[in-house]
Design a protein around this ligand. Structure first.
Ligand code: OGA
Ligand code: NI
Length: 342
């Protein structure tokens, strides 16, 4: 039987036909001007109540307008971020044999890890993404990390620290969002039962106008925290029908509202469509942390946000069904479920 062709990124001179998207998906003219519209929010430990409420307001406003914001002074040490970027870079640079995941099947990544090179998945109609990726189950951490890649040597230890930091930071941001929405303390934290980390590797591409690192999608998470490694721009968010770039900023992390939080907030917060484009000059790595409900949770608008004037805009959905109907991959969905009467 013919073996699937595996693209060796370093000797690609032109974009193969099965990596070239149809016109309607292509990023088109690049670069898209970078824009500083996506708010940057300073999360320094607030000591006073007005400072805290100012953060809450900024987070809610950014989540309503863009579904995205960046955070600085978020409390995750620069060393942890740097080391995490380094071990992911080392991982992606290893020989293919060393990157083969062993202990998980896609779609149900409850333990272990899975590595996918671009040629093993079609993103759409027989076209591949310009991306390799590795997915790690992270919860419960002690158990999961035993099943992570054994190489590079420090990978497990470094990524475990990062996972803990992301857990803490996501908890803090979700508490601020609870305050902003008027939900009781712990409401969102209780739903955050699953954590997944996905490392994305986008190699340089000879013609970025034809390819995509990630198709347009929404995240089916509660929230996602993205570390953009390096200086290359790749992440774009759809805002009022226009793509805007989210520039990597020093020591910043990108946060976006996922479909589940849009549902819980009864549409007050927005899960925005976004995508990743490629560039011709350097490999780009991003590390996404998804905070998700457990597969058996039923997700629905919070009762306190629903009344006669504000009827529920989303049907209760079993998270498992939501995640499985997602077309792109288990970590990427296309749109939130329809309201009950449409
Ligand atoms: C994702 C995602 C964007 C990026 O992993 O869901 O949107 O820039 N990543 O890698
Ligand atoms: Ni995404």
């Amino acid at each position: 039987m013919e073996q699937p062709r595996v693209l060796r990124w370093f000797d690609v001179q032109s974009v193969p036909g099965d990596y070239s998207f149809p016109l309607e998906d292509r990023p088109g003219r690049l670069p898209i001007p970078l824009c500083d519209a996506v708010p940057v929010i300073d999360l320094h430990k607030s000591t006073t109540s007005p400072e805290k409420w100012s953060m809450v307001r900024q987070i809610v406003e950014a989540s309503q307008e863009y579904g995205f914001f960046q955070v600085i002074n978020h409390g995750v040490s620069e060393d942890v971020v740097r080391e995490t970027s380094t071990v992911f870079k080392e991982f992606f640079n290893m020989y293919a044999e060393d990157k083969k995941g062993t202990s998980a099947s896609d779609g149900d990544l409850s333990r272990g890890w899975i590595y996918m090179n671009s040629s093993s998945v079609f993103a759409k109609d027989g076209i591949h993404l310009w991306r390799d990726n590795v997915k790690l189950a992270c919860h419960p951490l002690e158990e999961c990390m035993q099943g992570w890649p054994p190489k590079p040597t420090r990978y497990r230890e470094v990524v475990a620290t990062y996972v803990e930091e992301m857990r803490r930071l996501s908890g803090r941001i979700l508490e601020l969002i609870c305050d902003g929405l008027g939900l009781e303390a712990g409401y969102l934290e209780r739903l955050s039962q699953v954590q997944l980390v996905v490392g994305n590797y986008y190699p340089p591409c000879p013609d970025p106008s034809l390819t995509l690192g990630l198709l347009k999608h929404c995240d089916p998470s509660l929230i996602t925290i993205l570390l953009q490694e390096g200086n290359a721009c790749g992440l774009q968010v759809l805002h009022n029908g226009k793509w805007i770039g989210v520039a990597p900023l020093p020591n910043a992390l990108v946060v976006n509202i996922g479909n589940q939080l849009e549902i819980i907030s009864n549409g007050k917060l927005k899960s925005a469509e976004h995508r990743a484009v490629t560039n011709s000059y350097e490999a780009r790595i991003s590390i996404a942390t998804f905070i998700n409900p457990s597969h058996n949770s039923i997700v629905e608008p919070a009762k306190v946000l629903v009344d006669e004037l504000n009827p529920p805009r989303y049907a209760p959905t079993l998270y498992k069904d939501f995640a499985h109907t997602s077309k792109v991959a288990s970590t990427e969905a296309t749109k939130p479920p329809a309201p009950p009467d449409s």
